[in-house]
Design a protein. Sequence first.
Length: 499
Amino acid sequence: MTLQNSIKALAALGALYGATVAAVPTANCCSLLEAALPGRILSIGSANYATVNHDFWSSTTVLSPGCIFSPTSSQEVARAVKLFTDNQCKFAVRGGGHSAVPGAANTNDGVLIVTEGLNERTVTNENSVWIGAGNTWGPVYDFLGPSHKAVVAGRYYPVGTGLLLGAGLSFFGNELGLAIDNVRTYEVVLYNGTIVHASATSHPNLHRALKGGGDNYGVITRYELMTNNIPDWIWGGMVYYNQSQLSQVEDVVYDYHVDKAVNDVKTHVLPQYGFNGTTNETINFSPIFYNGALNSTPAALQPWLDAQPYRNTMRQAQMVDLAREFNAGFEYGLVQVQRTFTIYADKEFFHDVWYQFQVWLQEYRHIPGFYGLHCNMPVTPNAVQEGVRNGGNVLGLEGAGSRTLSILYFGLTFNNLSDTDKVFPAFAKFVESMIRLAEQRGVRHPYIMWSYAGHDQRVIESYGQENNDFLRRVKQDYDPAGTFTNLVSGGFKLPARGY
Ligand SMILES: Cc1cc2nc3c(=O)[nH]c(=O)nc-3n(C[C@H](O)[C@H](O)[C@H](O)COP(=O)(O)OP(=O)(O)OC[C@H]3O[C@@H](n4cnc5c(N)ncnc54)[C@H](O)[C@@H]3O)c2cc1C
Ligand SMILES: *[C@@H]1O[C@H](CO)[C@@H](O)[C@H](O)[C@H]1NC(C)=O
Ligand SMILES: *[C@@H]1O[C@H](CO)[C@@H](O)[C@H](O)[C@H]1NC(C)=O
Ligand SMILES: *[C@@H]1O[C@H](CO)[C@@H](O)[C@H](O)[C@H]1NC(C)=O
Ligand SMILES: *[C@@H]1O[C@H](CO)[C@@H](O)[C@H](O)[C@H]1NC(C)=O
Ligand SMILES: *[C@@H]1O[C@H](CO)[C@@H](O)[C@H](O)[C@H]1NC(C)=O
């Protein structure tokens, strides 16, 4: 298959998202937009179009939008969205561009809204910060660092605000819950160009719906995030383990889920296993963190040292330093694909699924640039309760009770789009077989986390019937004609019925 055909196939994948509508040709939409908001549009062929259109993490997500709209205010977004609705123009919205799903944040037959011009960062006196939708997390930590504050948000420097719509795993999750549970206010442009502030006291149903309902309701222009206080420095870094240490690391990963993450909420670890096809080497390299001004590794993190990392960068650090360090190696411009599912933390299943993934990865290791990544990411009972305390979200995690959940992540990287046909279907099949195994073992939880889901995984459905019914009622109130279902290709759609 030629590169050109691969891109077409991926574009078709993206097109699966929206129902078809009799849309106005994109060229007309671009002209209308240029007339309404002169100077904000990049046309195909202009110097900046190519640069801006390549600013995506995964090469699968670089498509061919009819033009690119780069607003600098919420009002400009509002005018554009109204124009899109009035003229049935298709569009997509990009935050930090880190979704690996083709068509999530780009489009082949519409206008791409890029948010980098929405770059506000303003601290309020109520322990919160307003950040424009175009921010990425590194600069936000950098901005808040001097005032000894941080936000419950992404852990990697260049990742964007898209995670505030789906879930959001952070350095502070064990103590403060998911990122969505720490959004005080979403500023949302509705289909008709009206701007609303959704919070616990204003449009509360919309506020709750957005905490997991993603981009089904509008374009978010700004977020008011609760800030938490942090000390002068925090203790953190990365621990690396060779193959020979991995069985001991597996024990530590499980213990972290059911004991340390639960009982010392200041800890954070993101257990990551990586397989490099070129070298046939497997390592574990895990971001590790303690929210305290320590001078040495605390008892709760000691098991990670006992497992004898060959490299350990734990030190006194600033949040932004960690965000930068952890992102090193996650290069732009490669083929990326991801899938996920959720289990109740289970030692035997952790072991078996990782073992089987390694066997599966062997078959594809000759593909240029091939790399496999597997993570076990805890969501503790306290994290779920924090969500409830903050007004509730729509993810449907409350039923897990006193058991720690683990978000299992599967990711592949390789160089060349021409290899996608060989790999993607087999990868999907493999992960589906692991979901069935989890089912058979009685350890599966239905939840599929938005931020790590594959393009065809049923994210919103996974939240359960009650939450789907709630989301549909809110949709009636705020997007009655289904503009964000029909005109916006990206994201995971709220199903019209069922769940
Ligand atoms: C290296 C790396 C590190 C990561 N680290 C973390 C982590 O620590 N925690 C975590 O939870 N996840 C993490 N993720 C997953 C990440 O949260 C998701 O990829 C998320 O979608 C990224 O958001 P974005 O704004 O960068 O992406 P984009 O691809 O720009 O957007 C993602 C989705 O959100 C929609 N969207 C974005 N902005 C808006 C808006 N303003 N209005 C309406 N819709 C919008 C887009 O249309 C798209 O559907 C990581 C991913 C990578 C690749
Ligand atoms: C562990 O990995 C390091 C770095 O790649 C390497 O130098 C070392 O030889 C490895 N040790 C073992 C025991 O495999
Ligand atoms: C895999 O190993 C090769 C060869 O050492 C190296 O060039 C490449 O950077 C590695 N890939 C990753 C993602 O670490
Ligand atoms: C690659 O590593 C696996 C697992 O360690 C091993 O079984 C296999 O023989 C290795 N293959 C090569 C070609 O070295
Ligand atoms: C990608 O694969 C195609 C087809 O096999 C090949 O022609 C092309 O050179 C490859 N590109 C890169 C960058 O490896
Ligand atoms: C826009 O839609 C919202 C939600 O349906 C509605 O409350 C609001 O009055 C509408 N605004 C205008 C100007 O029609």
